[in-house]
Ligand binder design. Structure first.
Ligand SMILES: [Zn+2]
Ligand SMILES: [Zn+2]
Length: 329
């Protein structure tokens, strides 16, 4: 019986991992990797015209990036964190569906509309699809901004910014505490939107999807999501970069140059950065140095340090706070 349980846990874990790695909901799905490759080939063609000397393999896969110690740490960190996250099933603790069901259940009956608002199903689906993505991105902008702004949260977000080179795997260099905060914020935001739509349009709610992925998120994944964490400079041009965050803009977000600090917090849309004065358009291609500076980089250079150091910082700041409060009262 015990063996059976362990086997079922293993098979469930492996199938969840395979689903995460191979499903179009994962940004490492082959469709998005292929589109990133095509975009990178386009930049290679342009740079050849401007005198690029390297061969295509050297341009796409330089050893100085893909075999950098920071990249190797990313691979190990992702290999450990993805199964751990799946095993703990933390994201399932509070799902958007649960939030929306709680809100609907808590809404007094006399507040509910008597009949669903008459609107064509397709129009509702398109509106729901757009509102889901836009509000989700708005929430991500503010959570990301607060991660930089509040010292206690920055300790965790530093893990992502300590990468000295960027590869698509760097996306997974995120501390579990940050993943938990993101999952909870997303559940509340998407849950609220879903509750609101259920309120007005009743049950038949389904966003427009391609391969099970929200159609707008699919477009984001296709148009260079995997180049954001890479050495390939891909700009959308200044006008479009006021609306959408380009891969080059996210690379600027990772720059260790103080002129680039607290810029480009957006994930899909740049509108929030534009509205709140944190936008930095990519401009011309230029070399960027990533990371937090040599001392900080060294303190966050192994998988163990990436996991433990933020927790240790929280422990010591809490300890100092409690001690100072106890002595002053
Ligand atoms: Zn950041
Ligand atoms: Zn990043």
């Amino acid at each position: 019986m015990r063996n059976l349980d362990i086997n079922s846990v293993w098979s469930s874990l492996l199938s969840t991992l395979a689903h995460r790695a191979l499903s179009p909901t994962s940004r490492l799905h082959w469709i998005y990797l292929l589109s990133a490759l095509l975009m990178a080939l386009w930049t290679y063609w342009l740079s050849r015209r401007q005198g690029e000397q390297r061969s295509l393999p050297e341009y796409l896969f330089p050893r100085s990036v893909w075999l950098h110690s920071s990249a190797i740490t990313d691979y190990s960190y992702a290999a450990l964190t993805m199964p751990l996250w799946t095993l703990l099933a933390v994201p399932r603790l509070l799902s958007p569906t649960q939030v929306s069901q709680h809100i609907i259940a808590a809404t007094p009956h006399w507040l509910l509309p008597i009949s669903p608002t008459a609107m064509p199903t397709l129009a509702v689906a398109l509106l729901y699809t757009t509102v889901l993505i836009v509000t989700g991105d708005f929430e991500l902008y503010w959570v990301h901004r607060l991660m930089h702004r509040i010292p206690a949260l920055w300790e965790y977000h530093k893990v992502h910014h300590s990468a000295e080179v960027l590869t698509p795997v760097t996306f997974y260099r995120t501390h579990p505490v940050e993943l938990l905060i993101q999952a909870l914020a997303e559940a509340v935001t998407i849950g609220l939107v879903t509750a609101l739509f259920s309120y007005f349009f009743h049950d038949a709610l389904a966003p427009a999807t391609i391969f099970g992925v929200n159609i707008l998120r699919f477009a984001f994944f296709v148009f260079g999501a995997n180049l954001r964490h890479s050495h390939i400079w891909f700009s959308f041009g200044s006008a479009a970069e006021h609306i959408f965050i380009s891969p080059a803009q996210h690379q600027i977000h990772h720059s260790s140059d103080p002129r680039h600090f607290n810029r480009n917090f957006g994930v899909e849309f740049a509108i929030w950065d534009w509205l709140w004065g944190t936008l930095h358009c990519a401009g011309r291609k230029r070399p960027l140095i990533f990371g937090l500076g040599s001392d900080e980089n060294r303190r966050l250079s192994t998988v163990r340090q990436l996991y433990v150091n933020p927790l240790r910082a929280t422990w010591w700041s809490t300890y100092r706070f409690v001690r100072s409060t106890a002595f002053t009262s």
